[in-house]
Design a protein around this ligand. Structure first.
Ligand SMILES: C[S@@+](CC[C@H](N)C(=O)[O-])C[C@H]1O[C@@H](n2cnc3c(N)ncnc32)[C@H](O)[C@@H]1O
Ligand code: SF4
Length: 478
């Protein structure tokens, strides 16, 4: 749907309703603005033109942009302003007056309170369409370009997909209550959640037992976080503790681990302090890439892709788009644990994996050796935000380049690639991104300054029901 056009047709000035039944609705709700002062909340009617990435409906009122929480494009809603800024206002939905055909009933009882999901009230296909539109808009407005073709979205399961999650823990001593879950959408409280539909069901079922466990420990208010890592064979829980645990706490953790079939890991300070509670759990954690006959060993706290099923499709698609050939020499930049490096090494002559974290490159190297791929892989630890064309030339010519940076993108890498002469360029570049804005910026550099061609771009539905946009793009070097 073209939001601007739809918006123009539907936009009604709120005063248009002044005399009708939809006249500014004075709600029975009252807001406390001082000790005893009660102010009526004034609802206004808005027509929603589009959706932002926090899944807020975007409307206009007297020329000012208003973000309406809980409203969808094409809807007429009544809402009240909760925050006024100089260039925009934020409003909260009171009533849907004319619903979008894409509105669905959110499945999770915590939706609206929990900050984990923002789009459950929107049909799943429409969520993906919106993300695709965000990607295309970013490429057009920031990168000043359009892909030759829009790649079909990559899908996986819409529920139970979060194989890695950081759960917050909050113990309220006075109330004797413990919350374990995601933070609330507004503010910093932990959601009072007893289930979560995007966590694998067996992890969701641990939320209530975990409350009991934390509450029974000696320092419940010094245990701020539990990081969950799930593989097809094991579930690891990494407990952050700000003070030493008592001997009795260790016993409780062991018993909980046995009863619920989870392995505990502990972290007292920085990432270097992460260790398994039981030594025999040290080597258990590994995710599978069955299409390539690989099991990638890792530890809680390492970067792994959140959605295991989508990651498998993503790796396969990246290799297809790179069109790898047996004799190729390939670079995998921001390689992490070797999620793309090792699959590539099963298909090509040589892969050079480069990454900023020495812990991850060491882990990737060990995985390569374990799979008999050491002879085809080489890893380097390097800050890829500070590289130039000379660095790239010194690495020797690559036939294909894989790039998978963090949110900040890969500007220095893009500039180095753009400065290569046509004969030095890789034939294909595949860029996986978690930020459409930085992808669009880097794509602009590759295309406008480097002469590459953006053959295709599409979304990867890695995080259903959230505003995160993961995407993949493929460039031809000539
Ligand atoms: C989105 S992850 C991708 C990891 C890997 N390709 C995968 O699929 O699991 C981005 C990676 O970039 C690394 N990274 C972040 N900043 C970096 C930098 N300045 N230089 C090099 N690597 C960096 C992170 O450690 C992380 O492993
Ligand atoms: S993250 Fe979990 S608990 Fe929160 S809204 Fe999503 S499904 Fe519900």
């Amino acid at each position: 749907m073209d939001g601007t056009h739809e918006g123009c047709r539907y936009t009604l000035h709120r005063n248009d309703f002044a005399a009708g039944p939809l006249a500014r609705l004075w709600h029975v709700k009252f807001a406390t603005t001082g000790f005893r002062t009660l102010e009526p909340i004034m609802s206004e009617v808005f027509t929603i033109e589009s959706l932002d990435l926090e899944a807020r409906g975007v409307a206009r009122s007297d020329g000012k942009v208003v973000f309406v929480e809980g409203a969808l494009p094409g809807e007429q809603v009544s809402a009240h302003i909760i925050r006024r800024k100089s260039s925009f206002d934020i409003a909260r939905l009171d009533q849907v007056l004319k619903a979008s055909s894409q509105r669905v009933e959110p499945l999770c009882p915590n939706f609206g309170i929990c900050g984990g999901c923002s789009m459950q009230h929107l049909d799943a296909a429409a969520q993906v369409a919106i993300k695709q539109r965000v990607l295309e808009d970013a490429l057009a407005h920031i990168g000043k370009l359009a892909p030759d073709c829009v790649l079909p979205p990559l899908h996986g399961p819409a529920w139970g997909y979060r194989h890695r999650a950081r759960l917050s823990v909050r113990a309220v001593r006075k109330k004797g209550a413990v919350m374990v879950g995601f933070r609330e959408r507004r503010g910093s409280y932990v959601t009072d959640m007893k289930e979560c539909l995007v966590l694998p069901p067996h992890v969701s079922a641990l939320l209530v037992p975990l409350r009991g466990l934390i509450g029974a420990m000696s320092i419940p208010d010094r245990l701020p976080q539990i990081e969950v890592s799930v593989t097809d064979q094991t579930t690891a829980l990494l407990l952050r503790h700000l003070e030493p645990l008592a001997a009795d706490d260790i016993v409780k953790l062991r018993l909980f681990g046995e009863e619920h079939n989870v392995s505990w890991w502990l972290q007292s300070k920085g990432p270097e302090t992460i260790h398994p509670l039981l030594a025999e759990d040290a080597a258990k954690l590994a995710y599978a890439l069955p299409e390539f006959g690989l099991r990638m060993g890792y530890r809680p706290g390492d970067f792994t892709q959140v959605n295991d099923a989508v990651n498998r499709s993503l790796v396969s698609r990246a290799l297809r788009l790179l069109d790898v050939q047996a004799g190729d020499r390939v670079a995998d930049l921001f390689c992490g644990l070797g999620n793309f490096t090792l699959p590539l090494a099963t298909r090509v002559r040589e892969v050079v994996g480069i990454e900023g974290s020495g812990t991850l490159t060491a882990r990737a190297q060990a995985s390569a050796a374990q799979h008999g791929l050491a002879g085809r892989t080489r890893f380097e630890t390097l800050n890829l935000f500070a590289v130039d064309v000379q660095w790239l030339r010194d690495l020797g010519r690559f036939d294909r380049i894989m790039i998978d940076p963090p949110r900040e993108g890969a500007e220095a890498v893009a500039r180095a690639l753009a400065a290569l002469s046509p004969s030095e360029r890789p034939r294909k570049i595949v860029y996986v991104s978690c930020s459409p804005g930085t992808l669009a910026r880097d794509a602009g550099i590759l295309v406008h300054e480097g002469g590459y061609r953006l053959r295709g771009a599409g979304v990867v539905n890695m995080f259903p029901h959230t505003g995160h946009v993961e995407s993949i793009a493929v460039f031809d070097g000539g």
